[in-house]
Write a protein that binds this ligand. Structure first.
Ligand code: ACM
Ligand code: ZN
Length: 730
């Protein structure tokens, strides 16, 4: 009997001298290592079955970039020394493959072209990481260990949703995202093309959808964009060889203000609207009482279906608020005519009319879980469960299919941690660590349910403003594309394994060990990612101070630290063993992968819990950030703490040091706009905290707020403290 990977690795590390550690993600079903290796040379031939020309060309192109060799391709049978791609109709599991590497050649056979593509991905993961580089890499031994791998996915649906509506990612980024998904055997891209903040798909019959609906703001502040129908064809073509199905999502009845801005007659009231420049959830639903709305949907879906070959069309359907339907005479007339009792049942009525349109086109409808929760549907649909994975039971009861995309595990717009300095991110759920994402169990939650698989979601409302707002501190960069990758990686790898690998074969520790080898691969791909902070294994308080013992979170990556409260860099002292410091709040440590990629510093935040009656902790000052007797501006991020119109109390508390903090005045800004300020000198010392009251009258959700205080240390800079923000009225 063939051995499973875990047993094999255990016995191998003891007995097979020279056997290489195998770090494939997602973890394959069965791996058998053998003696010897295959060496790629400029003479290596790529041979293939005639249906596999696309896959062979793909492989030729990858090798062409990194090795600089123009390998020859030949349709036909396997030859000694060649890499051979074939289809094996006896393989029963869709997308399954077998990869056999021997010193005299490589054989990849797949159940279908997708399976062959996955065999190629596994082969590439066995080559040195440089194989992914598009520029010729010199002095690399292009070798692969002899091995046999049999593999197939446990779930047919392994998806990502990319929100190109809130923030417009251009077609090159979309292609790159697809390429990265495919590297980890993800096969469905839910293309979130429509939302309140933007309409991104060219529809020839309704040109204003993109002339107006794709753009927010005015003149030089205008931003947005859309895909032409030619762009869409190019994206689909690119995805096809990578076995990624691109599924268009046309959102209605809510999340479509961009369409209403273009054609106000779509809404119940028909009032003029603008594409919002901030994250905004509109209540202008499409009116279900006007036949023109159905004609619009029919036309848009006709063009969409003719562009996208996917057997699925996603109709969104989430988060509708029905006030306008409740008061619209036309919508109310439909309710009466159809004998419906609740405005929300009108969504079911609308979905049924669209189901009929899609049936004529032989397409299956997908939508967020709300589509099966509002009224009774006439046909089977696929529901994306985003609240609670256990709710998939609802799909079974109603005969539908389900996909798991719970916000708790799969929404990658949540931060990975609460570590100070973490990027701005969604806040309505706790952070999602790599381990948390990995802990999602892609099982059926009831007997006989139809869980197709799992899907991650990258919403972009956190970077709707693109380059203006966001900054990734550790990278000192602010491009939204980098930011999107920072959110996505490495958590995508965790979700990819959840979808591909059988639950019984998954173990986080083993995944984390393999993951350490993939950062170099992401680097070669030119893909940004978040680096995990070092972990604190032990803290001991003693007479000499506090001793920190750290553990690596990326095997083999150096840890660097500081002991004076400053921000560590790639040049800070190398951690080689326990470090003793006199003040535990001054210890900082980072994981360094390379000069561009290092983690946020872990550190022992001062415990401010005794001050929580002053409100939310919002920032701290230290001697290093204060000048003696020379007032300088200190900017404090108040985003999230300013939560609506009202009065806010800003309190400064000194927690250490011998000099007092002198504050010459304080100002509150919304973006660059001054909202309020107080020009009065106050002094903070250990006995006296200082509070200011400021007023907000023009709050906007999703906008950055900043406090600016003019501060100095009186007679010296020996002062430490913190600032708190509290809302004092409603
Ligand atoms: C969603 O997060 N509104 C599907
Ligand atoms: Zn209406």
């Amino acid at each position: 009997m063939k051995q499973l990977l875990s047993t094999l690795l255990l016995s191998c590390s003891l007995t097979c001298i020279g056997a290489q550690e195998i770090n494939i993600i997602p973890k394959p079903i069965q791996i058998t290592q053998a003696e010897g290796k295959f060496v790629l040379t400029p003479q290596t031939l790529i041979t293939y079955d005639k249906e596999l020309e696309l896959q062979a060309s793909y492989l030729q192109e990858i090798f062409g970039g990194s090795t600089g060799w123009d390998l020859q391709m030949e349709e036909g049978n396997a030859q000694t020394g060649a890499i051979h791609l074939s289809l094996n109709p006896e393989m029963r599991q869709a997308e399954g493959y077998e990869l056999e590497v021997t010193p005299s050649g490589v054989q990849i056979s797949g159940a279908d072209p997708g399976g062959v593509f996955y065999g190629i991905q596994t082969l590439l993961q066995l080559f040195p990481a440089e194989v992914y580089n598009v520029i010729r890499q010199k002095n690399i031994a292009w070798e692969v260990p002899a091995i046999k791998i049999s593999d197939a996915p446990s779930h047919p649906w392994r998806g990502m949703m990319l929100d190109v509506a809130r923030y417009f990612f251009d077609k090159d980024f979309v292609k790159k995202y697809i390429d990265m998904m495919a590297m980890y055997k993800m096969n469905k891209l839910q293309f979130h093309l429509i939302d309140d903040s933007g309409w991104r798909l060219e529809i020839k019959k309704y040109p204003k959808l993109t002339e107006i609906g794709a753009w927010a703001g005015k003149d030089q502040n205008r931003f947005g964009g859309y895909y032409t129908q030619e762009d869409i064809k190019e994206i689909i073509e690119y995805a096809k060889v990578r076995n990624v199905e691109v599924i268009p999502e046309i959102e209605f009845p809510a999340h479509m203000l961009s369409a209403v801005a273009a054609y106000p007659w779509l809404s119940c009231k028909g009032e003029p609207r603008e594409v919002p420049t901030q994250h905004f959830i509109s209540r202008d639903l499409i009116c279900v009482g006007k036949e023109s709305s159905y004609q619009f949907l029919q036309d848009v879906l006709d063009e969409t279906a003719s562009l996208f070959p996917s057997r699925y069309i996603n109709i969104g359907g989430d988060e509708a608020v029905y006030d306008n339907w409740e008061t619209c005479p036309k919508c109310q007339a439909v309710m009466k005519r159809e004998g419906l009792t609740k405005a929300s049942d009108l969504q079911g009525y609308l979905t049924n009319r669209v189901l009929q349109m899609m049936k004529e086109k032989n397409r299956t409808v997908i939508g967020w879980e709300e589509i099966i929760q509002r009224g009774k549907l006439d046909a089977r649909v696929v529901a994306l469960f985003w609240h609670n994975e256990k709710d998939t039971i609802q799909a079974v009861e109603k005969g539908h299919w389900a996909i798991l995309t719970p916000a708790t595990h799969a929404y990658l717009d949540f931060p990975e941690s609460k570590t100070p300095g973490e990027v701005k991110a969604a806040t309505w759920m706790p952070p999602i660590s790599i381990e948390k994402a990995y802990s999602l169990d892609a099982k059926d939650y009831s007997e006989g349910s139809h869980v197709l698989g799992v899907q991650g979601c990258l919403w972009s409302d956190q970077f709707i403003h693109g380059t203006i707002l966001q900054e990734i501190t550790p990278l000192n960069e602010n491009r939204s594309e980098n930011y999107a990758e920072y959110f996505t990686f490495p958590r995508l790898l965790a979700l990819a394994e959840v979808g591909w690998t059988r639950e019984s074969a998954r173990e986080y520790k083993d995944f984390a060990r393999r993951l350490a080898y993939h950062y170099a691969r992401l680097d070669q791909k030119g893909c940004n990612y978040r680096v995990p902070e070092p972990a604190i294994a032990q803290i001991q308080e003693g007479a000499q101070g506090v001793t920190f013992t750290l553990s690596e979170s990326v095997a083999g990556a150096p840890i660097r630290y500081t002991a004076n409260g400053s921000y560590p860099t790639v040049h800070s002292p190398l951690y080689t063993g326990p470090v003793t410091v006199d003040d535990k709040n001054n210890f900082r440590a980072i994981t360094v992968i390379n000069n561009r990629h290092y983690s946020l510093p872990i550190y022992f935040a001062y415990d401010y819990s005794e001050y929580k009656h002053f409100g939310e902790f919002s920032g701290e000052w230290k001697p290093a950030s204060i000048q003696a007797d020379k007032a300088a501006p200190w900017r404090i991020d108040a985003t999230g703490k300013i939560s609506g119109n009202g009065t806010y109390e800003i309190t400064f508390v000194q927690t250490g040091g011998n000099n007092s903090l002198k504050i010459d005045g304080i100002k509150l800004f919304k973006r660059e706009e001054l909202l309020d300020g107080i020009n009065a000198m106050r002094k903070v010392d250990k006995q006296h905290q200082v509070s200011y009251r400021l007023h907000v009258k023009s709050f906007e959700a999703g906008t950055p707020f900043t406090l600016e205080a003019q501060v100095s240390g009186e007679g010296g800079n020996s002062t430490n403290g913190a600032v708190f923000i509290k809302k004092v009225d409603e």
